[in-house]
Design a protein around this ligand. Structure first.
Ligand code: SAH
Ligand code: SF4
Ligand code: F3S
Length: 486
């Protein structure tokens, strides 16, 4: 491949991202069943070649990676663990915080150097960062020798774009900003043969003021229940034991259907449970419209696992309002109490942001107070990160980063304390563990997950995919330890 840096770029050829367009919700999504083709002239192009995809961010990205793996393998590419010896490398990126973005730019620099020493090497940038104007402009301006850049709405076109890279030997940029449809029947290569993600909805229309996701992933698009259930049945027939239903806000599932059918997330959850798959999980749920009927469905089906990830973000109502997540803390506590009353031992985890613009110490203390009140099983905690194109990005912020770091540390201490305390509740109890295989740290120990999504390390003899009973003998912040009892 020729070096692109010496060529003058004709920007009119590119489909560049446009964040203002991305914010619009102008068109209903179509369900497209034949949106994918293998271009005839690259049908065997990957034979004898290898690829690597480095994935950042959330489950949506992981699932997109599996789809791209499936497509690349259709034309003969083989997966390669090692970036340095791969013929094709893709960075499937996350835009949710600045830190995630910096890591990607460091990787682009590394791949750029590989390209300089090997002109036949192909590399591309895709995922949520590709949807951002500032990112694509930076890549173009820095003259990195990237071969192709494509967005989250263009994943199904990866082979068409690769074809252009191969034959036109020019940088290819295709980032659609608002087209988002639901593309069914795409090939995919699942990376785990026991547990798999199933998309139930794409995009997000919540527009929390700090969050870039509604722009990078587009409008909410729910998949048809038939397509989801077919996928789960297919997975059961392939031996899968667990599905996790994924979406940016799964409990918005179905609100975009315009066929008058009132088929919502609790209905879908019930139908997936009825397929009989051993374990059903789901993530993630904005608590704002997490209905009691979802809890009632969980209670009814023992194969729906007792774990709910319920990001609250802050314990202060004023901050929540500024985040455009106007939930009353009392309502959140009531919801958690309802969950616990109906599903004993349901683990509850959350996401928290510290240092939202001008968050006062008193407001931060409310987050600590809520944490203490709920005693969450675990939390993902973040320092607020300014994202261009979001509403919060224009709020002048008086709080120094050093103060935010201190708050994060204080919060993390609390997270640790309650994780350990919650895990200790399971000592001397017996849990059903879905076995993954030998533990990463110690091959003589077997590792798996409890229904509550806790890692269990145990002694005994069990094969991957089995569900076994384990007596818990000790607990740390991160794991439960025990021995198999049958
Ligand atoms: N759709 C999910 C969240 C997806 S993003 C939900 O609403 O629950 C995952 C987490 O990243 C969020 O819950 C939030 O805690 C964090 N996050 C998102 N944008 C952020 C930002 N600008 N700065 C810091 N953390 C952020
Ligand atoms: Fe972002 Fe809010 Fe949508 Fe979650 S619900 S993806 S935090 S806008
Ligand atoms: Fe990141 Fe995009 Fe997911 S921004 S969190 S990879 S939806």
């Amino acid at each position: 491949m020729d070096s692109k840096s010496t060529k003058k770029r004709d920007l009119s050829k590119y489909f560049l991202p446009d964040i203002r367009q991305a914010r619009k919700r102008i068109k209903k999504a179509d369900i497209i069943k034949d949106g994918f083709e293998i271009p005839a002239n690259i049908i065997n192009y990957g034979e004898g070649k290898t690829y690597h995809i480095k994935t950042f961010g959330c489950q949506s990205n992981l699932r997109d990676t599996e789809v791209m793996m499936g497509m690349l393998e259709l034309i003969g590419y083989e997966y390669n663990e090692d970036v340095n010896t791969s013929d094709l490398v893709l960075l499937n990126t996350c835009a949710v915080r600045e830190h995630a973005e910096s890591k990607v730019f460091a990787d682009i620099g590394i791949l750029d150097r590989i390209k300089k020493s090997n002109p036949n090497f192909i590399f591309g940038v895709c995922g949520c960062m590709a949807q951002e104007e500032a990112v694509v402009n930076r890549i173009l301006k820095s003259n990195f020798n990237v071969d192709f850049i494509f967005g989250t709405h263009n994943v199904h076109r990866i082979l068409n774009l690769l074809e252009q890279v191969i034959f036109e030997k020019n940088l290819v940029v295709e980032v659609w900003s608002h087209e988002g449809n639901v593309i069914e029947n795409l090939p995919s290569k699942r990376t785990n043969n026991l547990k798999g993600f199933v998309n139930v909805m794409y995009g997000c229309d919540k527009f929390c003021t700090y969050c870039i996701v509604p722009m990078t992933r587009g409008k909410i698009r729910s998949r048809r229940k038939e397509d989801i259930l077919d996928e789960v049945h297919q997975m059961i027939s392939e031996g899968y034991k667990e599905v996790t239903l994924i979406g940016q806000n799964v409990n918005s599932y179905g609100i975009d259907f315009d066929n008058g059918e009132n088929y919502l997330f609790n209905n879908l959850l019930e139908d997936v449970a009825k397929t009989g798959i051993e374990r059903v999980r789901f993530t993630t749920s904005n608590p704002w419209n997490f209905t009691r009927s979802i809890v009632d469905t969980m209670k009814k089906y023992p194969n729906i696992m007792p774990h709910i990830h319920l990001p609250i973000q802050s314990g202060d109502e004023t901050i929540l309002k500024k985040m455009n997540r106007p939930m009353k803390i009392g309502d959140y506590i009531d919801l958690v109490d309802y969950i616990r009353a109906n599903i004993p031992n349901c683990s509850i985890t959350t996401d928290l942001i510290v240092g939202f613009p001008n968050e006062t110490k008193e407001q931060f203390n409310k987050t600590l107070e809520l944490y203490k009140r709920i005693e969450f099983d675990n939390a993902f905690t973040f320092i607020y990160s300014k994202r261009d194109g979001t509403v919060a990005a224009i709020i002048p912020d008086e709080i120094p980063l050093s103060e935010k770091k201190e708050r994060l540390q204080e919060l993390n201490e609390m997270v640790k304390t309650f994780s350990k305390k919650n895990n200790e509740k399971y000592v001397n109890k017996v849990l059903d563990v879905l076995v993954d295989g030998p533990s990463k740290k110690d091959k003589t120990v077997i590792s798996g997950y409890s229904p509550q999504w806790k890692v269990v390390n145990f002694t005994g003899s069990a094969k991957s995919g089995e569900i076994v009973k384990v007596l818990i003998t000790s607990a740390s912040r991160f794991t439960l330890n025990g021995k198999m009892i049958d």
